[in-house]
Design a protein around this ligand. Structure first.
Ligand code: AMP
Ligand code: MG
Length: 332
């Protein structure tokens, strides 16, 4: 892989998930440095959201386009409510799903501490209260909003363990707090509450059905205007991409292909695949989501030119899985 990260000597520290590791991670963040940390979804690349110089470092380390706004992370709902303006649906969603894998895009509070660069100049702000105990402890110790996109090279597969972060960003960030594998495995659901009907900007760890239960209606689709100016890289057509080409809804695996399988009845030809992994032999979408990004990285490492992906149903976390795979398969 030709990430600059893999050719730079590694000066990135791997911090343990104990009190000393947390204190060191918090001190680095408060000093304006970049620290990757686990959330329940994927590893985030954190920086002090109130410090434009620190936030600039995120865009540089990931090679992320500047026009794409970042999500700000807070330790609890009270802290998050102080940064934005929450209408009734936003309050209901926050109450139901925080802490958890939901990001709310709301109008920024006039007194928000989050700097303009995080918002890419937008009047709105994306806020999340993660549920992972290490993330919550870290955020509480930092005491400021922490901006954090996924801790991977921009456009590539998101990291679900510390080793993935180091594969992409070693030598480019100060540290990674190692909390083991992230349990949800796909990014947060992003819902915009900007006065009109709540809009689902990105499917993720909270399912559409769970949103519907709380809102009493299906969340609306993004506005057409959002298509011209995507709200974030996760909404670009090509994203989450392994090196290999990705072929979706494969009903047979061709010789030489790697195979990403799902469920008890894998497609014909999978026995002779160059490499194969089953996301969930039992057909459980939550188990499949937790394994998705690690499996894509592992199949990529097999050297196959194409990864054939078995059909994955749309229900539950299947919507988020299919969204990520469609972007991984999109023309680059
Ligand atoms: P990621 O790179 O995974 O952190 O993606 C960030 C996501 O946050 C994007 O996909 C956007 O949908 C969303 N986002 C962040 N800030 C805003 C904002 N102000 N307005 C709309 N979406 C936002
Ligand atoms: Mg990302």
């Amino acid at each position: 892989m030709n990430d600059p990260g893999s050719t730079v000597p590694s000066a990135t520290r791997r911090l343990p998930a104990d009190a000393a590791g947390l204190a060191e991670a918090a001190a680095l963040l408060r000093a304006g440095r970049l620290v990757a940390f686990p959330t329940e979804t994927v590893y985030g690349l954190g920086a002090d959201a109130t410090d434009p110089a620190a936030v600039t470092g995120i865009f540089a380390a990931k090679a992320r386009p500047r026009f794409n706004p970042l999500i700000s992370h807070l330790p609890d709902a009270v802290a998050a409510l102080a940064e934005g303006v929450f209408d009734a649906p936003a309050r209901r969603l926050a109450e139901a799903f925080w802490p958890g894998p939901l990001t709310l895009v709301v109008p920024a509070h006039t007194g928000t501490r989050v700097c303009d660069l995080v918002r890419a100049g937008l009047p709105s702000l994306a806020l999340r209260v993660p549920a992972h105990p290490l993330a919550r402890d870290l955020l509480a110790e930092v005491g400021r909003p922490v901006a954090a996109p996924s801790a991977n090279w921009s456009g590539r597969v998101s990291p679900t363990r510390a080793a993935h972060v180091l594969d992409d960003l070693a030598g480019r960030i100060s540290a990674v707090l190692d909390g083991g594998d992230t349990p949800v495995g796909v990014e947060s659901t992003v819902v915009a509450c900007l006065g009109g009907p709540p809009r689902l900007l990105r499917p993720g760890g909270i399912t559409r059905a769970a949103l519907r239960d709380v809102l009493g209606l299906d969340p609306a689709a993004p506005e057409a205007a959002d298509a011209d100016r995507p709200a974030g890289p996760g909404m670009l057509a090509s994203h989450y991409a392994p090196r290999a080409r990705v072929r979706l809804d494969a009903v047979r695996v061709e010789p030489g292909e790697a195979a990403l399988l799902f469920g008890p009845r894998p497609p014909a030809g999978h026995e002779t695949a160059r490499a194969s992994l089953n996301l969930s032999p039992a057909g459980d979408p939550a188990e499949a989501a937790a394994r998705l990004f690690g499996a894509l990285r592992d199949l990529d490492a097999s050297g196959a030119e194409t990864i054939a992906v078995a059909p994955i149903p749309e229900d539950g976390l299947g919507e988020a899985i299919r969204d990520r795979l469609a972007r991984a398969a999109a023309p680059r």
